[in-house]
Design a binder for this molecule. Structure first.
Ligand code: F6R
Length: 520
């Protein structure tokens, strides 16, 4: 047969059996112009086309393995767009006599706030007379039109040079929004709408497993330390990509917490499905309302911090920790565990936004440090206890936006290998706040200094001791140990940002990265 160039496809996802399909299509006479898996879809739809585009798309999708969010047009069935999804997000924006097919609600926000979330194996057929939705098996479905609560101001830079900088500076307000209406600051009572009528399951929980990726995984480690300290429940944190393929042991009294800003990360979604399949209850911690993870979880807590657009996650990290702290307080009351006073805990979290604000006001000090080290090719981040995940997060921020090689380690692990990297030029960033492991961290600093390393310390205000031991200090206000990451991560976000900008990097869109990773 002749390929007639009459089908055009936009595709987000990965067609896993594309090799096999391509071979078969080539045998049938189809001629390929590219190496992409997407082109297979166009030829496949062409193969099944007999005058009606949606029928061809449905037939084609039956033999496709993998993930896709697609939009298809054909000059032989014009005036029609057919969209479909499996495993990749797909949203239909409903405008005024116009429609938008997107993979993220913020993409159509400038035109409409009314959206329809397509489910897996669903197809939408759009014509000038309206739209209809069906399953790939051609059974009609009914979809509710939902209103997105974000507005257009939230997806603009508001005078900042980059979204990342705007989002770093938004954190005080973002955390207030994440707490709004959820906490009684006098007695520490927590109200989380998404958990109403879940008391029985929460009381029966014997073990918590957190699944997440990247920055959300770092928030998961903070959660592990926090939940084990406050609730005395065993917690494990798993990379979602590992968890999903290793046949994990899950019992019915395991609560799985899936943390995902976008709510669309393919590995986290698959890990969550695997856990549900094995009988666990799943709690989602998402920012994007209506996202797949949020919809498929048994219950959830939204961050309510507005869209995060910069590819490097900042405000989502601090908001994830904030809502998980509220969740821990909720469980403490429910299970009558009084490891700490709930009113005191409430007062500590109440003061966090103001303390972040005071750090942001001293951004100039970080700019100076960034200027001093912007040309380094390597950096090491070290912390212990609650600041260990912050060290990982600081290193991730730096490497992903500035392309400087950076590693994060628990400070005491340094002597088991990374200490060999210490030179007089490489900056070693210690998070050395005055918490329960402060003295230990100080001795780790001495180990670096005695090898002529350059040390930048993030320390607690009022620490009169540390300045004499390190090359640079940035002070942060005192808070409770569990909440320290909410403060100690802020200078590290700023440091990464300014070093990247000074190196001429595109911080909002770093190379090779996407905001939501919808492929595995
Ligand atoms: C790093 C970053 C990524 C994401 C990861 C998970 O700055 O943004 O590491 O944290 O891709 O994304 P979500 O939270 O959307 O599941």
């Amino acid at each position: 047969m002749d390929c007639r160039n009459e089908i055009a496809v936009v595709h987000n996802g990965i067609i896993e059996n594309y090799d096999y399909l391509k071979l078969k299509l080539e045998k049938d006479g189809h001629v390929f112009k590219s190496e992409t898996d997407t082109e297979v879809l166009a030829h496949l739809i062409e193969k099944y086309f007999h005058g009606n585009l949606e029928s061809a798309v449905m037939e084609a999708l039956k033999v496709v393995e993998g993930t896709y969010g697609i939009a298809v047009i054909s000059s032989r069935d014009p005036q029609k767009i057919v969209a479909a999804r499996r495993g990749s997000p797909l949203i239909l924006g409903i405008g005024n006599q116009e429609y938008f097919i997107t993979s993220d609600v913020s993409a159509s926000l400038a035109h409409t706030r009314d959206v329809v979330y397509l489910d897996d194996n669903e197809v939408a057929i759009l014509t000038k007379n309206g739209y209809e939705t069906k399953t790939v098996q051609n059974v009609s479905t009914y979809k509710k039109v939902e209103e997105v609560l974000w507005n257009i101001d939230m997806i603009e830079k508001g005078g900042y040079a980059h979204f990342m900088l705007k989002e770093i500076h938004e954190q005080p307000q973002a955390l207030r929004n994440a707490m709004r209406g959820r906490i009684d600051f006098t007695d520490g009572t927590i109200t989380l709408g998404g958990l109403i009528s879940r008391e029985k399951e929460l009381l029966e929980t014997k073990r918590i497993v957190v699944v997440a990726c990247g920055t959300s995984w770092h928030a998961g480690i903070v959660t592990e330390y926090m939940m084990e300290e406050l609730l005395r429940i065993p917690v494990e944190v798993e990379y979602a990509s590992e968890f999903r393929y290793r046949n994990p042991v899950i019992e019915s009294n395991t609560l799985v917490i899936a943390i995902s800003q976008s709510g669309e990360t393919a590995d986290t979604l698959a890990a969550m499905r695997e856990a549900k399949h094995k009988g666990a209850k799943v709690l989602s911690i998402c920012n994007v309302v209506g996202s797949t993870i949020a919809r498929e979880a048994d219950c959830g807590i939204y961050l309510h911090i507005g869209p995060e657009i910069g590819v490097a996650s900042t405000k989502a990290f601090t908001a994830q920790i904030t809502v998980l702290y509220l969740f821990a307080m909720h469980l403490m009351r429910l299970r009558n565990i009084l490891t700490q006073s709930l009113p005191d805990m409430a007062q500590h979290i109440k003061s966090i936004p103001e303390k972040i604000q005071s750090i942001l006001q001293r951004e100039g000090e970080i700019v100076e440090i960034a200027r001093r080290y912007k040309d380094t090719e390597h950096a090491l981040y070290l912390g212990r206890g609650y600041n260990y995940p912050v060290a990982l997060e600081g290193a991730l921020k730096l490497k992903e936006i500035s392309y400087i090689h950076a590693e994060g380690y628990p400070a005491a692990e340094m002597k088991h290998g990374p200490i060999a990297l210490i030179t007089k030029d490489m900056p070693v960033i210690f998070i050395a706040t005055q918490d329960s492991v402060y003295a230990k961290v100080l001795s780790n600093i001495e180990e670096v200094k005695s090898r002529s390393g350059k040390v930048i310390a993030i320390a607690t205000e009022g620490d009169g001791h540390i300045a004499g031991k390190v090359d640079h200090v940035f002070y942060i206000p005192k808070t409770s140990d569990v909440l320290t990451p909410l403060l100690s991560v802020i200078p590290l976000q700023l440091l990464a940002y300014h070093m990247a900008v000074m190196r001429g990097c595109n911080v909002d869109k770093p190379r090779n990265l996407a905001k939501s990773v919808t492929v595995e």
